[in-house]
Every structure is written in C-alpha cells, then in structure tokens.
Design a protein around this ligand. Structure first.
Ligand code: SF4
Ligand code: ZN
Length: 312
C-alpha cells in the first residue's frame, strides 16, 4: 500500500504553493492537484461504498472544513452519499466558541445539517471546568471524551462511516508518538480507514486527507476562503504532539520528504500490526455500555475521578 505522488504540471500563473517534490503550482492547478489527490485516496483505500450515510466530524478548523467541503461536493455528484456534520463543543473558552461559529456559518452557507454535542450537556462540566478540578494533561482527557462522544453519537445518528480531517502530518505525528511511548497497539488503530463496519459498537472512521500535508490543506482552505481565521487551542502548546510536530517540521525542512517516508513505511507494516492485534478482546464498559479495553472505559474512569474530587 505505497503512496504514489504524481508529478503535477503547471502553467505560468503566479504560484500559490511549492510542493514537497519541488513543483510550484498556481491556484487552479493546485486545486486540481489537491482534489484529485483526495478523490484518489478515497478510491485507493476504498474509503467510501456506493451508498453512505456519512458523518463528518468538524471542529471549524481548516482540516475538517476542507474534508467536509470536498465530501459535500462529492455528495452533490452522487446523491447516494449523504453528508451530515457533527461537532463536539468541549467548552474551551476563547477557542472552541470561535471555531464553532465558523463551523455553523460554513454549514449554513453550504446547506449541510450540523449536530453539536457538548461536554457540559453530556458530562455536566466543560473541559475548562474539568481541568480546574483534575491535575491531568488537557489533551488526554479531552481526547478520551471526544472519541467517546463521536463514537456514541455516530451510532445514534446511524452514520455508516465517520470522516475526519486527519492529514499526513497528523498521521506522521501519531506514528512517532506511539513509537516514543512504546504504544504500538495504538498504531494498529491508525491508517486511512479504521474499524470494521460490521461492529455495531464502533463507528468506522475514514481519513480522506490522509495523503495531504498540513501545508497543502492550509493552502487549499485559504485560497478557497473556507474560513476567515486560523485558531489554535490554548492547550495545544503544552502537548506532547506539539513537540513531535515541531521536530518533524524541522526534519522535513532539512530533509524534504521525511513525512511521506514515515507514512509510507508505516503503511507497509500496518497489515502486520493489524493482524497482530486483531484478536484483542474489546469488552463492554460495565458502567456505560460503550466499548472498552477494561471493565470501565476511560471516560467513566475520568468521570468517577471528577465526581470524587468534587465531593471532597
Ligand atoms: Fe482538546 Fe488538546 Fe485538541 Fe485542545 S489541543 S481541543 S485540549 S485535544
Ligand atoms: Zn463507560
């Protein structure tokens, strides 16, 4: 499952980007190159069936709006692909409130149905409030609750698949983070298509931007005016991911093609990883009934800690 990068051709118009392989592309040729790459990824990794009730997880950021924009475009050409957006409001003041305004505006303008679910309504507390109570890494607790809600709500909304805006840089970071944390089992759950459709407890996830670099997605979102401003979560700066991202960007600058090489070699080993961890038994959380690796799922463990801390 190797990544193939075609050499795109361009004209004499003003370039908007220089690709990893060195080519400079104008707006029209870059749009053509980028959209072809996404639609080829969908075909190459068999991300979509003939008929889908597709959920698209959006944050209001460039990656998720790009994937929603392109999948919506695809659904207009193919009425059997139905697209609905889903957003999670973690409750991060000064950040998520702003990106959700962008998400709502985008969905209104493009006539896409949007469902928003919040930590406050679902768990009783915003992420900001949780972080005042528990001394934990923001992204760990945030990620656990977001995955939990996305999985549960995707099932309730009867999505056949859930598309996310993960790009090549995100995947590269996750691969290295799992290596650095000796968590190879988590890498078995990476790749452009995750989960099995026949499992009614897990929503199958797809990543149509899998082969697009962060730079390409940012350029596409910007030149097509998909959003007005770029926001970053205030908690991101403290994350392990941010360190890995900076390191990878530094390597890419010095050794062009590093990110493609990492993802390419990972794709070679992914079938073996999936085979090795295929037999892992997924239990059902005894408290909430959601899938879990242990008797209680990680969301319920955090909720219990929050309850105990509030009571003390
Ligand atoms: Fe949550 Fe961390 Fe992402 Fe902020 S950066 S939204 S805290 S996972
Ligand atoms: Zn649970």
């Amino acid at each position: 499952m190797q990544i193939k990068i075609n050499n795109p051709k361009c004209c004499s118009e003003k370039p908007v980007i220089q690709l990893t392989a060195g080519e400079k592309l104008c707006k029209n040729h870059f749009n053509e190159y980028f959209e072809n790459k996404v639609f080829r990824t969908i075909r190459q990794f068999d991300l979509l069936g003939k008929e889908e009730n597709l959920g698209v997880a959006i944050s209001g950021g460039k990656d998720s709006l790009t994937v929603l924009y392109l999948l919506n475009k695809l659904s207009k050409q193919n009425p059997k692909i139905k697209v609905t957006a889903i957003a999670i409001d973690e409750g991060i003041e000064g950040y998520r409130d702003k990106t959700l305004i962008t998400a709502k505006k985008f969905c209104n303008e493009n006539n896409i149905r949007l469902n928003v679910f919040s930590y406050k309504e679902e768990f009783g507390l915003t992420l900001d409030e949780m972080l005042k109570i528990l001394d934990v890494k923001p992204c760990s607790i945030c990620g656990v609750f977001r995955r939990y809600l996305l999985n549960k709500k995707s099932r309730e909304l009867k999505f056949t698949k859930l598309a996310t805006g993960h790009n090549l840089d995100d995947e590269c970071q996750s691969i290295l983070m799992n290596q650095m944390k000796n968590n190879i089992e988590a890498s078995a759950r990476l790749g452009p298509k995750v989960g099995v459709i026949s499992d009614d407890k897990f929503a199958q996830r797809i990543k149509p931007l899998y082969l697009c670099t962060e730079k390409e997605v940012t350029t596409y979102a910007f030149i097509n005016s998909l959003l007005d401003n770029f926001n970053e979560c205030p908690n991101a700066i403290h994350s392990f991911r941010a360190h890995v991202r900076d390191m990878l960007n530094d390597m890419e600058k010095k050794f062009s093609g590093t990110k493609y090489s990492i993802v390419n070699s990972f794709l070679e080993t992914l079938p073996m990883l999936k085979e090795k961890f295929r037999g892992e038994i997924i239990q059902i959380c005894s408290k909430c009934g959601e899938p879990s690796a242990n008797d209680s799922c990680r969301a319920c463990v955090y909720l219990e800690k929050l309850r105990k801390s509030v009571m003390h």
